[in-house]
Design a protein around this ligand. Structure first.
Ligand SMILES: CC(=O)N[C@H]1[C@@H](OP(=O)(O)OP(=O)(O)OC[C@H]2O[C@@H](n3ccc(=O)[nH]c3=O)[C@H](O)[C@@H]2O)O[C@H](CO)[C@@H](O)[C@@H]1O
Ligand SMILES: C=C(OP(=O)(O)O)C(=O)O
Length: 422
């Protein structure tokens, strides 16, 4: 297993290119199942999760080829051989459940393994299923699989999500594009990845209105056609790299970054004493006057502060001036980075969904264990600011969501290297 070794060595300077969004690409790829014509994605990120989704689509008989080093993904589902997503692949990645809606909508039946929980929470898929049932799907859970049928096809319906779910909104949105009649999704997720999916589906001929608001209306069409679509910028990768100069000083421009992708996060950075300037190139980030102030944060669905940046923001708060509270409202177990940050000298107290962080003068390097994707990168950020060497183990979590992290950070002056394990 590979490890990443980070040695804190002062201010950073330069540019970091931000990739296309993992979480957009993972829902855009299953959209290919809705059509027998090719779907091509450009600006795709080069990540292990994307390879897992390619393998899943391949197991269904889709043709998936990657071009330009992985930045272009060309897919075709004209000769699908299976509508069954097997546990062996699904268990590797929860986003696999996103093939359910498209398969059911196009073929009238599908079997998809239930993904199971993961380190950050139980993460049920009940809302995905209820939204599909509102479109007439008949569902049966047997032997760990969802067996879904829609004899005669899905029919438009109205479904109000009891809580905001990104994945359930995506599954329902994709399914509704081929349902007969009108579907209205209420209390829908508003994340930029939902807007990106709707934009791509419209390019494929879907009729969708209201994406980006909490009510999405979809008029079903007979068939969707091929399209080429550029994946939206990864706002979580963007926010992560914006925190690098905030944590160790200097000035970094994140190429392709936009404030509207991360408004709530940028406001918290501003309150903490970090300036963010939007230019034609992207976002330029630097400390305003050297000091970082403690700032309270509560995670919320978009447009609120993203849960996927909570761990990284905690790394910043570890050496802030004062005490901050970080409230996690999306996942029940998303503070696993806290004990590892404590090993690096942080002062953090976790009670239920709230972490209280008292800023310390300096973190100290230590061997630490990555427990999930965003926890992993928070330890790297902490390592950039720490005295001495931090060794982050189990970096396979990191490779799910960050391409070439060591190259991107080295390019702005960080001392970071990957060490291959056996
Ligand atoms: C691949 C992808 O895009 N992943 C993102 C997506 O995950 P994902 O789509 O899985 O997250 P959701 O928005 O669905 O989850 C929000 C909350 O709803 C709960 N829930 C969800 C579905 C359901 O059927 N029942 C239910 O109870 C979840 O357990 C969680 O507590 O949005 C999350 C919230 O922004 C991000 O952290 C993930 O990075
Ligand atoms: C939680 C995340 O991803 P996933 O939903 O794929 O587990 C994430 O990207 O931070």
């Amino acid at each position: 297993m590979d490890s990443i070794i980070v040695t804190g060595n002062g201010p950073l300077s330069g540019t970091i290119p931000i990739a296309g969004a993992k979480n957009a690409c993972l829902t855009l790829m299953p959209a290919t199942l809705l059509s027998d014509e090719p779907l091509t994605l450009t600006n795709a990120p080069r990540l292990s999760d994307i390879r897992t989704m390619s393998a899943l689509l391949g197991s269904l008989g889709a043709e998936v080829s990657t071009l330009q080093g992985g930045q272009v993904i060309a897919m075709s589902s004209h000769a699908l051989t299976s509508q069954r997503a097997e546990y062996d692949i699904v268990r590797k990645m929860r986003a696999s459940i996103l093939v359910l809606g498209p398969l059911l909508a196009r073929f009238g039946h599908a079997e998809v393994s239930l993904p199971g929980g993961c380190a950050i929470g139980a993460r049920p898929v009940d809302l995905h299923l209820k939204a599909l049932e509102a479109m007439g799907a008949q569902l049966d859970l047997r032997e760990g699989y969802v067996h879904a049928k829609a004899p005669g096809g899905l029919k438009g319906g109205t479904y109000e999500f009891p809580i905001v779910s990104v994945g359930a909104t995506e599954n329902a949105l994709m399914a509704a594009t081929l349902a007969k009649g009108t579907t209205v999704l209420k209390n829908a997720a508003r994340e930029p990845e939902i807007v990106d999916l709707a934009t791509c589906l419209r390019r494929m001929g879907a009729q969708i209105e209201g994406d980006g608001t909490s009510t999405i209306t979809i008029e079903g069409v007979e068939r969707l056609h091929g399209a080429t679509h550029p994946v939206v910028t990864d706002r979580i990768e963007l926010g992560t790299y914006m925190l690098a100069p905030a944590i160790c000083g200097g000035e970094v421009t994140c190429l392709g970054g936009r404030i509207d992708l991360l408004q709530a996060f940028c406001e918290k950075l501003d309150a903490a004493g970090v300036s963010v300037t939007e230019t034609g190139q992207g976002l330029t980030v630097a400390r305003k006057n050297g000091d970082i102030r403690a700032v309270d944060v509560a995670t919320e669905p978009f447009p609120g502060f993203p849960t996927d940046l909570q761990a990284q923001f905690m790394a910043l708060m570890c050496t802030a001036d004062g005490t901050s509270t970080l409230e996690e409202n999306i996942f029940e177990n998303r503070f696993m980075h806290a004990p590892e940050l404590i090993r690096m000298g942080a002062d953090i107290d976790v009670h239920g969904g709230v972490a209280t962080v008292k800023g310390v003068a300096r973190l100290k390097g230590a061997p630490v264990m990555a427990t999930d994707l965003r926890a992993s990168v928070s330890l790297i950020l902490a390592g950039l600011a720490a005295e001495g060497e931090t060794i982050v183990n189990r970096v396979y979590h990191l490779d799910r969501g960050y391409e070439h992290v060591e190259d991107k950070l080295s390019a702005v002056g960080a001392k970071i290297e990957r060490v291959s394990g056996q």
